[in-house]
Design a protein around this ligand. Structure first.
Ligand code: ADP
Ligand code: MG
Length: 347
């Protein structure tokens, strides 16, 4: 009896040991599997669709990324009545939150650096053209002149506890906020110890590290004409941000095409020869700001800006069918065989 019980005990002990071993192995195995697992979050924010693909993060990280996007949007939205920017535009003063402050300061620097090709106070003009609502119209020259009188980023001033703008002025950070958001999310992903992630924030691509197999991310994009042709770029730990005339536009009764990137000097959509401007670099907010600003500048000034600054790479497609690319990006660039553009490497 005792023996039998003793024997049973031993068997049970062994089984238990085996079970513990298996659980241990299994948990080791699942932990290893989870490390490499892809988690994807899709969301609609900042008036666009976003996809965040993280390799080796957990659900808590994914939730915190999504929460952070909403937090940024709530601070800088031009339409949400409680946002810093809404209050600045309606009250002339605001004690801005940390994201608004960072974005606005960085954007104002680049407005200065690009001599007003980027101007965060262009909003009333953008609205007059109907780009904020989709009710498009060509404003009268008089109306544009009147609105341009209050476009001047230099008048956005620090006040005692925040910012101040004059009556009639309105600020919009839409040209840089997605780029900033990419930087913030990439930082959170890195801090969580994740080595590999790729995000598409409304067409802006942000990458963390390389692919899990150690290869570069291959970022493909379509031609401005939407003919389906692709160009592939190899990137790692960078943002790839494009401003294109083809993204949001309308055609008037006379067949003129007008798009959503405005030349702050004229109040008209920027038609200085560029149809697509892609900036590649480490800092998303700078890439986003420069994609808009260099689009406005036109090919010669944009190339000159790159020569004097050089802290970013670019691909610029002109109305004449030329594609200009910076030398080191050219080494990571594979054009489709059918690509219609004549390629010139900048120097
Ligand atoms: P998107 O936001 O469509 O990806 P951009 O980053 O180029 O493209 O930003 C364009 C938006 O920025 C426009 O919709 C408009 O609200 C605003 N904008 C247009 N022209 C300018 C400009 N010269 N400076 C600053 N903001 C601009
Ligand atoms: Mg931009």
């Amino acid at each position: 009896m005792n023996d039998k019980t003793g024997g049973e005990k031993t068997v049970k002990k062994r089984l238990l040991l085996l079970l513990i071993c298996m659980l241990f192995l299994l948990s080791g195995y699942t932990a290893e599997a989870a490390k490499n697992e892809e988690k994807t979050t899709y969301l609609f924010a900042m008036d666009t669709t976003m996809t965040i693909r993280v390799f080796g993060g957990d659900d808590a990280l994914m939730q915190s990324l999504q929460k952070r996007v909403n937090e940024i949007e709530n601070q800088v939205s031009v339409t949400r009545e409680y946002s810093d920017i809404y209050r600045l535009n309606h009250e002339g003063n605001v004690a801005a939150g940390p994201d608004t402050e960072t974005i606005l300061n960085r954007a104002l620097n680049i407005c200065e650096e690009t001599e007003g090709a980027l101007d965060v106070s262009i909003y009333p003009v953008v609205r007059e053209w109907g780009f904020t609502t989709g009710e498009y119209r060509v404003p009268s020259p008089e109306k544009l002149e009147e609105l341009l009188a209050s476009v001047d980023y230099k008048k956005v001033e620090p006040s005692e506890d925040g910012y101040h703008i004059p009556d009639g002025m309105a600020v919009d950070l839409g040209s840089v906020t997605k780029g900033y958001t990419g930087d913030v999310l990439a930082g959170m992903i890195r801090s969580a110890g994740v080595k590999s992630a790729i995000m598409d924030l409304g067409g802006n691509i942000h990458t963390v590290g390389k692919k899990q197999n150690g290869a570069f991310w291959r970022v493909a994009f379509r031609s401005p004409e939407g003919t389906g042709l692709v160009v592939v770029l190899e990137v790692a730990d960078e943002a790839v941000i494009t401003s294109g005339g083809y993204e949001r536009f309308f055609e008037d009764e006379d067949g003129n095409v007008w798009w959503h990137i405005i030349d702050p000097k004229t109040g008209y959509p920027a038609k200085n020869g560029v149809i697509s401007m892609t900036i590649v670099g480490k800092e998303g907010i700078r890439c986003d700001a420069l994609s808009t600003a260099l689009f406005v500048m036109g090919p010669e000034k944009a190339a000159e800006f790159w020569r004097t600054h050089g802290d970013f790479e670019m691909i610029m497609i002109t109305e004449e069918g030329e594609l200009f690319i910076t030398p080191s990006l050219n080494k990571r660039f594979t054009p489709d065989a059918m690509m219609p553009y004549h390629v010139t490497v900048l120097s």
